[in-house]
Design a protein around this ligand. Structure first.
Ligand code: NAD
Length: 262
């Protein structure tokens, strides 16, 4: 007599869950709350880890919802001081270098929830209480409402809603879609900034050193698209090309470049 075996998890087109996901989540939570930001030392990493797993385990990974993450959001609530939020789009590395040097500035990944999840992959399956380490839905090829995409949309929305004072965004001027309406920044974050709370959004359009061609600068029409969305929302906007504090970070790697010598 054979026991019926659980059916194998469905094969998706995206990378499977990160090996040791729950251990990494727990470890990052303790690193952040005990070592990096002891002011969050009261956070309950055990509960946070459980809430994260319960958000997607035993659920259809194409029907993830904001609601699934509500308890996790509540447990990772964090106040970011005004004038210190930094958004980014297509400029992950440079934006994070900037906030690493400028410790009083925060990208989403410098907050507890973003720090825990950055770079990880996760999904479960409706027919099992295990994670799927084989494959997860790809956001373009399989479904948009997968656990990872819904998570980033949900936490990005909260990060933007909570931003106040002068806020910044680091944009990549060396690619064609310097401002992308379909990116998380263009689709979620700018639409969730509060006009009464945010005094100005300052955009820094950065160009790769030694890049042969600058696609866009602050004078490009693509930046007007961003300007227009913000003016309709009554949020003042400024733009500066190659903002010096960030340019210096690029120059650390290329000190001999002519643009770094003057
Ligand atoms: P981006 O286009 O550079 O994308 C950032 C990362 O998110 C990339 O790895 C991209 O592949 C992935 N991504 C984007 N949209 C996705 C989706 N719908 N499903 C799955 N993965 C997706 O920049 P962006 O989209 O403007 O996002 C950056 C902004 O949004 C930041 O301001 C940050 O606050 C937040 N964010 C962070 C992450 C992260 O991985 N740390 C992901 C999404 C959003």
């Amino acid at each position: 007599l054979k026991w019926p075996r659980a059916p194998p998890p469905r094969a998706w087109n995206g990378t499977g869950s990160t090996p040791h996901f729950s251990e990494i989540v727990l470890g990052r939570c303790f690193t952040y709350t005990q070592l990096l930001r002891p002011e969050l030392g009261h956070a309950d990493c055990g509960q946070i880890g459980k809430a994260f797993m319960n958000a997607f385990l035993s659920k259809d990974p194409c029907h993830s919802s904001e609601q699934d993450y509500q308890l996790l959001l509540k447990l990772t609530n964090q106040t970011i001081p005004c004038h210190s939020s930094v958004f980014w789009s297509k400029s992950s590395q440079l934006a994070h270098l900037y906030t690493t040097v400028q410790q009083d500035m925060f990208t989403l990944e410098d907050t507890l929830i973003g720090y825990i999840a950055d770079g990880l992959n996760w999904c479960g399956d409706a027919g099992s209480n295990e994670m799927n380490y084989q494959s997860c839905p790809h956001w373009r090829k399989d479904c948009i409402n997968n656990p990872v995409s819904v998570f980033w949309d949900t936490v990005s929305k909260r990060f933007a809603e909570n931003a106040c004072g002068v806020v910044q965004v680091v944009l990549n001027g060396s690619i064609s879609n310097t401002f992308d309406k379909n990116s998380t920044f263009g689709r979620v974050e700018i639409h969730n900034l509060h006009p009464g709370k945010v005094s100005v959004l300052k955009a820094w359009v950065m160009h790769d050193i030694g890049g042969v061609y600058s696609y866009h600068t602050c004078s490009s029409p693509i930046i007007d698209d961003l300007k227009l969305i913000l003016s309709k929302r009554n949020i003042p906007f400024t733009c500066e090309d190659d903002y010096r504090p960030i340019k210096f970070l690029q120059c650390v790697k290329s000190p001999e470049d002519s643009s770094c010598r003057k």
